[in-house]
Design a protein around this ligand. Sequence first.
Ligand code: ADP
Ligand code: ZN
Ligand code: ZN
Length: 712
Amino acid sequence: MSCWLPVLVNTPAHAALGPVLTYQSEQTLPAGTLVRVPLGSRETLGVVWDGAGAGATGEFDPAKVRAIAGALEGIAPLTAQWQQLLTFAASYYQRSVGEVALAALPPQLRELSPEQMARRLKRKKPAEGASGAVLATPALTPEQATAVGQIASHPGPFLLFGATGSGKTEVYLHCVHKLLAADPDAQALIMVPEINLTPQLEERFKARFAPLYGEHAVVSLHSGMTNPQRLKAWLAAHGGVARIVLGTRMAVFASLPKLRLIVVDEEHDPSYKSSEGARYSARDLAVYRGKLEGAKVILGSATPSLESWHHSRPAEDGGRYLRLHMPSRVGEASRLPLVRRVDMNHQPRKAVFSTQLVDAIKERVARGEQCMVFLNRRGYAPVLACDDCGWKSECPHCSAFRVFHKIDRTLRCHHCGFTERVPRACPTCGNVDISPIGRGTEQLEEHLAELLVDVRRAGSVTPENPDGEHLRIARIDADSTRLKGALEEQLAAVHAGDVDVLVGTQMIAKGHDFRRITLVAAVNPDGALFSSDFRAPERLFSLLMQAAGRAGRDAALGAQSEVWIQTFQPAHPLYAALKAHDYPAFATQQLLEREQAAMPPFSAQALVRADAKTQEAAQAFLNAARTFAQTEMLQWEGWPPVLDQLTLYPAVPMTIQRIANVERAQMLIESPSRAALQQFLNGWQNVLHATRGQPECKGLIRWAIDVDPLAI
Ligand code: ADP
Ligand code: ZN
Ligand code: ZN
């Protein structure tokens, strides 16, 4: 006997059809079952959906209902919690649940034929080659023991606020260990911000858990994997073979039927926020998911996001997270690095490196220690200019300058990619003397090589080789690591001690464990202090703190490690807090400013971004939707109180107004109430869709809502 089946598919956003369509099936299938269904002229993947929540299947014409092509045999239905997570994520981030849910499934589920699928599923389950292995777990430090104890006895969520090297990862390992030992089905999800950090972590987790639960108990999930690898890992997680899933932000949507613990490491990292499609925050969804599934959630960081810091204030003040503090570094490398500020006002004008810093670097490398110098700008110089006529290396397609890359003598736009060879002479006046303005990592590398030309590698001057060897200076940034495997290779060279001085962008400050680096220098970090982005100081502080955390982890070196800050604002409170390694002082001061200005976390924000052929059209679209909200929506029943709690700012051009010949504008919406903002956006979505067709919006290309934006 056949029946009607509601099936979630990825229909285009806001198609006349909802995302849940009705199909015919020979047998009822439980919600969550993966099915193949016809859609238009093609066949697509769908999920049998419990109609409620995702929007009813609506009216349908029984005569037109098509039959499902088949269910994906052998794959258990997705759980109700998984469906609820995806429903919530779609609704909160203002996207279609069909789009978000289907994108969260591995691509090959969509691509493989039922026969191919069946073959994959038939593959032998891995043998559990593990029994009675003895674990080499270190005894916990008192701080770690306290944290582990608290995590065991409280429901959470937890903010594990622990210095770099305080042993946070060991706490995660310990909690996972306890969980898996106590519950033979339980699963844990461990998230890290960057793909590059997964191999390191995977190794550590495998070393600990493979002897107990087998090689296949630990799997990774991230966008750097091939589709077959992703499918394999996904199936292992979904089927319960994988007990531990390590991954980047996308892993928050992994199907884990027995999820009991979620760890979000480096929870402050902006990479947890997606910047395309559904702009979700994996950290925030992790907290939601934990509550939904009854899984404990641990957010870990040495420099928590101000949001998480605020949420972990004392419960009597309204805090919702439990803050666990681990201030001390483990073991002999327990001394925190010394932070030194160099007042650049007292250096020769245009000096890149202060003499003190150069001397300090020389001293370190002479002892065989490594130094790291970072600057957040790649290329040789951000602009090339003609002194005679004022020509600058603007990108013809963007409202930005093209960056001068000396290595291959190109001008490259970092926004649209437009690249040309550097002209021999000024394209406007013919002056041959065009010169770089400002500096990037390429120039730092070159400059350092000149400054250190007389220095020899430690121990390289011998009776046989009286000239010794030059220092080895390496650069790591998006340019030097473009080729697959290049980053790994360069990191390995640093670890092997083949590099004396490492120059790079923030890529090198994050996460990597460079034990032999004893000096870290930020050449020109002041920009963030005066940025229009109110989160810039928070990012700078965490970046410098992370960089400091890289320094001097190798106790055997016995050297006092140092972090150097070259600044024109040596008395700035941010640097003072950094010097004192006092994140709480920094956070308190920042939160006070945020509260006074009614900024997040004291208000909720959303941005609507519009791309168009002209700036006028982009702004007209946003402003028309705004006017509608301020006039027509006020007439809607029950809406005035909601609108009362909202501020809709006028449309403005984005900081980089034009990229690849597309004009960009945005509108900020703010409310002291997250609920009011959500309610407004849910109603306003339709207004935006309707506004799109208006004549003054001709030329509009696309628009998107970003809830809880990280950059405004
Ligand atoms: P974090 O994640 O906070 O940066 P890790 O967990 O990586 O810190 O720990 C830093 C170093 O200290 C690692 O080499 C780790 O193996 C070691 N370590 C951590 N906890 C202990 C412990 N209880 N006893 C001995 N070594 C430890
Ligand atoms: Zn000129
Ligand atoms: Zn460009």
